[in-house]
Write a protein that binds this ligand. Sequence first.
Ligand code: SF4
Ligand code: SF4
Length: 332
Amino acid sequence: MRFPLKLNFDLTRYIIKNKMMKNDKFPLVLMLEPTHLCNLACSGCGRIREYADTLQQMMTLEECLRSVDECPAPVVTITGGEPFLYPHVYELIEGVLQRGKHIYLCTNGLLLEKALERMRPHPNFTLNVHMDGQEKTHDRILERKGAFKAAIEGIRKAKRLGFRLCTNTTIFKETDLDEIDTLFTSLKNLGVDGFLVAPGFGYEAVGEKLFLERRDIERKFRDVYEMSKRHRFFSTPMYLRFLMGEKELECTPWGNPTRNTQGWKAPCYLITDKHYPSFSEMMEKTDWSKYGVGKDERCSQCMMHCGFEPTVVSEVGKSWKDIWEMARWNLS
Ligand code: SF4
Ligand code: SF4
């Protein structure tokens, strides 16, 4: 099975409960950014640019756990910045696990090997390591010689210790998909459990010509979809079919709410119009009808997982074809 039984069970139960309560806007994954501080300065990173003035700020542990309690999402992605630079990261992990929630912890891998000494494998805990290519490419994108080797050593050790681990790859305009195919084969041989892929999207704050536009994404992801038949992708087949232009999806930005040092970021992980002091205020006061492709110019090229994967998950019960596709995919 692609995802642990408990994650499938908790997500399904949560979605059914919301549907029965006729709640049409509910979060699935909380993106928690306790700090934007990072030990890298990757070319495509929107975070360190958008939050350049507040990089040194950190949420307190209490604020982080209060946010986890405020937001009913069953999955918490701990991200940043680099979460292993957050001094309370281990207490935060334990606190989230004690609440029965599932964690995906995103890291660039530089501090992973050492951090593993302070963590324990848990069925609700998955490490998610940023891998953008083979050594030369990865080190160039992350702008740090040795970043690839450090991540690989971390992955090797994490798998030896029994951690569940996936990687996360951004597909840019220049990405060589044959190289990514080879990378996934070698990561699979290290025991990596699955692969997440996402198109590089032009954050407002980055303004560089690295990114794919909608038509380029569709072209490139036709080949990525073929690759998903050879490797164990964690990105859903419906999302991949959306990326290759075969399926229509509406953005559901409330599905992946983001909480960081400045508050609850609205409307989404990518664009920022306001930070709210509480989750409920963000949900109530954001005019969701203003956002999405065709509604806001900033959304026109966006096909990011944070806006569209929640749509896939919450809509899966609507069609028997989708239920069958998801079930077959998850069981494979
Ligand atoms: S590792 Fe992540 S947070 Fe740090 S600079 Fe790179 S993309 Fe940004
Ligand atoms: S389309 Fe993209 S940028 Fe626009 S609201 Fe949705 S996730 Fe955010």
